[in-house]
Design a protein around this ligand. Structure first.
Ligand code: HEM
Length: 188
């Protein structure tokens, strides 16, 4: 086996997140934090052009999340991730690792459940008006209800984990004033 591209020995962890990992983290954070309120609002406003526009945005940006998730997982596999921050308590280590793993699953699962649910519903929609998005399942309204129900509850779970994730990062930055948040910032 040869050393990694950055000169590390195989099997060792990098000292820091790469610039690509940090960029992907913040781009995805912005898109997901836009998607959740759009999803919550669009299903609660009356049918009409505004609702249609929000559904279009939600479905298209959802596929952007899926594409970013694929790139992010590939970059993580190639580069790895630094070891846990050394000052963490046992609880912080377990909770943050569980949150990060679940968020990784959800950035794939959420768009796939939405796409599969809309496909089984027979919905016809375009990616930002550019091309018709293919269906990944045949029409089946009972299955669509099941998939979109799962999409809804996974969305609530994602919102709760994101609140804890952001809250935890802020506690480290503002109260503990340690280097946890800095690890995901440029130069960190
Ligand atoms: C990371 C990506 C995504 C996130 C975070 C997300 C989040 C959400 C949330 C929070 C809701 C509101 C649930 C409710 O209160 O009922 C929702 C609804 C919905 N989403 Fe997504 N979504 C994502 C991707 C997608 C994609 C890719 C599609 C379709 C291609 C999609 C289709 C829908 C539909 C059709 C609903 C309404 C479901 C219903 O009628 O109950 N979503 N989404």
């Amino acid at each position: 086996m040869t050393a990694a591209a950055d000169g590390r020995e195989p099997g060792t962890r990098p000292a820091a997140y790469s610039a690509a990992q940090k960029s992907l983290h913040w781009i995805m954070a912005a898109v997901v934090l836009f998607m959740i309120p759009v999803g919550l609002v669009m299903v609660r406003i009356p049918e009409g052009p505004a609702q249609g526009k929000l559904f279009d945005l939600h479905r298209s940006f959802g596929l952007v999340v899926l594409a970013l998730a694929v790139v992010r997982a590939a970059v993580r596999t190639a580069h790895g991730a630094p070891a846990d921050y050394p000052g963490l308590t046992q609880f912080e280590r377990l909770a943050s690792n569980a949150a990060h793993r679940t968020l990784y699953v959800l950035i794939f699962l959420m768009p796939l459940l939405g796409w599969a649910g809309e496909s089984a519903f027979g919905a016809s929609w375009t990616f930002f008006g550019l091309f018709l998005v293919p269906h990944i399942l045949p029409d089946n309204h009972a299955l669509s209800d099941l998939l979109l129900g799962a999409h809804r509850w996974a969305g609530y779970l994602m919102a709760a984990i994101l609140a804890a994730h952001i809250g935890g990062a802020l506690i480290h930055a503002v109260i503990k004033r340690d280097g946890v948040l800095t690890r995901m910032l440029p130069g960190g």
